[in-house]
Write a protein that binds this ligand. Structure first.
Ligand code: TXA
Ligand code: MG
Length: 310
């Protein structure tokens, strides 16, 4: 992707004035603001209609800047070297004297942080004098945005600027790992857990039960397309939208395919756009065929399960 410096300058201008700017990342678009500014962080919560007790992820260019705000150990450094920038978020201990807004953390002494890989947002972060607080750029509890038009659909003209970055390559949010004590996965995501386990050389616990609220912001209703959704359905009625993992020849008008040949990567990238497309169609309910529960399929099924709690 070519980087348009004029666009980056516009984003910087708004961010320096504590305004919110939507940014592209390789996972999903983020709704960003100066993480040191209470004013900017308050705006993020207001725009997203996000409950105040659900803390924000903060995005950094690299771990040099991070040192000012958080402490970390070798486990972090090993994962950082292998996967960053990339789709992994770390929950770390926050320094008492950190400048991160107490609004962003809801006064917690931990901070979720990430180094996004998208070249446009990396170019932006490199030029800024502060890290960016950015939750996913969608209305709270709804489907995430993977294109600038998705962001526009949710927020209209309410946000000052959307930094264009094309469609998010991964299309699913980052994997969240809590590294404060024994490593613990808080959200399955765009980075497969087996890859993390290889680097840490140990099994990692998953505290990610979508049906139980176990941590901050693990709200049951999440990623919701706004209409009922049922998983693992073998046969669909003609009046319900039917999402299938892999394209089949005998397609009906209500069929939506996540991938051409059965690639989980392609399916991940198309999941949220498909849900948004159906929401705008005449269908009032969604059924989904079986999706392999391995690799990225684990994350796809996790999001669908949460979406099914409508
Ligand atoms: O891929 C991503 O992670 C995207 C892009 C924009 O970076 N961001 C994203 O943010 O998905 P959000 O806010 O939609 O989800 C972040 C999750 C929330 O469930 C929140 O509760 C959790 O991270 N979180 C934030 N701070 C935390 C903390 N200190 N401890 C535990 N969980 C935290
Ligand atoms: Mg979100």
């Amino acid at each position: 992707m070519k980087i348009n410096l004029a666009n980056i300058k516009k984003a910087i201008k708004h961010l320096n004035k504590n305004e919110c700017v939507a940014i592209p990342t390789e996972t999903v678009y983020g709704l960003s603001g100066n993480a040191y500014s209470n004013k900017a962080c308050e705006k993020i919560f207001r725009l997203k209609k996000r409950p105040k007790d659900n803390p924000l992820i903060v995005h950094y260019y690299n771990n040099i800047e991070l040192r000012k705000d958080c402490s970390f150990d070798n486990r972090f450094l090993d994962l950082y070297k292998k996967f960053c920038p990339g789709p992994i978020t770390f929950v770390l201990n926050l320094h008492k004297n950190s400048k991160i807004s107490k609004i962003a953390t809801n006064k917690r002494n931990s901070l979720a942080i990430r180094f996004p890989k998208h070249p446009v947002t990396r170019a932006l972060l490199k030029k800024l004098k502060f890290p960016l607080a950015a939750p996913s750029a969608n209305l709270s509890s709804k489907v995430s945005a993977v294109r600038s038009i998705d962001v526009k659909e949710d927020f209209g003209n309410k946000i000052k600027y959307i930094l264009e970055g094309g469609k998010s390559k991964i299309g699913l949010e980052s994997t969240i790992i809590d590294l404060r004590k024994e490593p613990k996965i808080l959200r399955v995501g765009g980075l497969e857990i087996s890859n993390i386990e290889k680097v840490l050389n140990q099994k990692v616990k998953i505290k990610n039960n979508p049906l139980k609220i176990t941590g901050p912001g693990q709200y049951k209703l999440h990623y919701s397309p706004g209409i009922p959704l049922k998983m693992n359905v073998k046969k669909a009625k003609d009046n319900e939208a039917y999402i299938l993992f892999k394209r089949i020849k005998k397609a009906k008008p209500n069929y939506y395919f996540l991938s051409k040949k059965g690639s989980l990567k392609e399916a991940a990238k198309n999941l949220y756009t498909t849900l948004r497309k159906i929401k705008k169609s005449k269908f009032k309910s969604i059924v989904v065929g079986k999706i392999p529960n391995k690799g990225l399929g684990i994350t796809i099924n996790d999001r669908l399960l949460r979406a099914s709690k409508f």
